[in-house]
Design a protein around this ligand. Sequence first.
Ligand code: G4P
Length: 531
Amino acid sequence: MSIDAEIARRRTFAIISHPDAGKTTLTEKLLLFGGSIRSAGAVKSNKITKTATSDFMEIEKQRGISVATSVMTFEYRDKLVNILDTPGHKDFAEDTYRTLTAVDSVILVVDSAKGVEAQTERLMEVCRMRKTPVIVFVNKLDREGLRPVDLMDELEDKLSIRLRPMTWPIGMGQSFKGVYNLHERNIYLFTPGKTVVEQERLFVDDLCDPVLDRELGSAAVQLREDVELIDGVYDSFSVAAYRDGALAPVFFGSALNNFGVRELLETFLEIAPPPTSRQSDIRLVEPDEEGFSGFVFKIHANLDPRHRDRIAFLRVCSGTFLKDKPFRHVRQRRDIRFSRPYSFMAERKEVVDAAYPGDVVGLYDRGDLKIGDTLTEGEEIEFQGIPSFAPEIFKELVSTDPMRSKQLDKGISQLTEEGVAQLFIQDRGRRKIVGTVGELQFQVIQYRLEHEYGAACRLQPLAYTKACWITADDPKVLNEFMKYRHAQIVSDKDGRPVYLADSEWMLAAIMRDSPKVEFHFTSEFKRKVRA
Ligand code: G4P
């Protein structure tokens, strides 16, 4: 197959949702359609959301599972689908944001009873920032939920995106009858059951057909009213607007009952973009370029402490990735080759000889790769858009066993390279401050430092609430600021100055007082376009 055909048949996306909306269930059903898993329950155990308490073994187990489920690849008809897993728990939001840099589109799952939840809003913000095309799947129609029209208003309002319903529910909960497909103009009747694959279809040329009243009872009247309203209120669907991130098609269904999933998958395959171009610091890189390029968006430690190697997840952006071929490690300015790159087909890890744009390959790494690293066929470019986000919780890392402080240093630097947390240094390295977006990471860090590096430590809470990178056009201005506020200045992993603020209010006041200093809330600014 030509490389153009390989690119054209790939769809790389993530399913995102607030925890419990049904992301895992939907993923599992999609894999069932792809024949990747034989039974329900295979993806089920990927559940840190339910173990937010200090259940360390669960965290360990989760780490293992999340390596296995980080990427799930399956074939459906002539398409090759890569689903990138995102952790649902908010404490791992940064991991999710980074994964979103490696996809070409997303499916957003919303619980029909809960509507827009906190994580839904935050995730959508990231998608909007990146203009990622979004399909919405409203789940759990087999339960009582919000009125569909109200839900649509809430979604449009809170997610700031135009919507276009593709299907429309007929009743809900106990009286859920199915959905009307506005595109095909026919009705899919709902049969509860977790193993249902084919849905009964009712073909209707005209919604006034009395057969509807016979089949649906009084719900037929409501449906007619709703459809009239939809056609009047919502713009018609446009693939271009969807691909531009401006319009999101909406499907209704029940993942648990496998209802509405096939239409979702088939429409997704029809409209979702194949691998798209990626912005580097110098130029836009197109997938069909001959030269290979890709970037690392996730790093995972090996679960077996006897093997220190890690797995780096690389998204191929252009050209062909080949096993054993030397590629340019742009940050390290040297060539690097991989003898055992693997893909994630059907629950198995398989060594691959070649990978194409849109694919994700797992690379064994002995500490050479960091999140955000670019590999190329020689060109000195770096991909953008893999920022660190400003952490909000800070603790000082204190060694409680001076004999093991070297191990502690090594451990924390490796863990931060994996993206578990961010490390800030003060007083030439004498003080180490760990910043995260959630408490759960601190538990993971302390546990892993003790168990993998044998380094006992304490994490002492600090009163800071925000970290921001600081720059100024005039180096004198920056130096002055840093001298004056030295108690709150730290350096990040690349040695860049960061200001730690103790409250939003103080930060706002300081920003007002220092108009010549720029405050940045993600690390992205560092990759300014090189001349
Ligand atoms: P998540 O990955 O987004 O966190 O959600 P997940 O799929 O795990 O689903 C959360 C809960 O919602 C699960 O129930 C799941 O069975 C249920 N669920 C998912 N889709 C539907 C649906 O269409 N209808 C209904 N009624 N429920 C649905 P649980 O009791 O928390 O877990 P489990 O005991 O079923 O595993």
